[in-house]
Design a protein around this ligand. Sequence first.
Ligand SMILES: [Zn+2]
Length: 149
Amino acid sequence: MDFHLDSLLNLPNVTVLSCQQQEGLIFLSLDFLNEGILCPNWQTYTDNLHQTRPILVRDLSIVGQGVYLKVPRRQFICPHCGKYPTEPLEWIEPRRNYTKRYEEYIYEKVKELTVEQVSKIEQLSPEQVQNIFSRQARKKKETGQCQKE
Ligand SMILES: [Zn+2]
């Protein structure tokens, strides 16, 4: 839709179809520019779409307003292995409803503030904040504090 919005969002192969503001939140409907994917099994290309299921993914706030991305989660059929791979996205982990950069941001915020404070600022439940924090902390322990992914 809007070139500036796309580059502001800075996610690969993603374009913003529409933007809605609702109760202090921003909803961005996304579309993908790539027709197909590489099947994770054998890295063979498929653009044979099986189904699309939209999910809501929380992202970093823009000008003080919380942002939700409406992401069309796409599942393909791989003619090579016969499986139904879901599109791998480097900016969101499988089965998560937050972008990686948002989870990283929440982790850093909790280190500065408290879970309760971050929950209020971000309009998330304390459980959600705690869940993100614990998960990030565990990941950092596994990969080593100083290393980047
Ligand atoms: Zn395959």
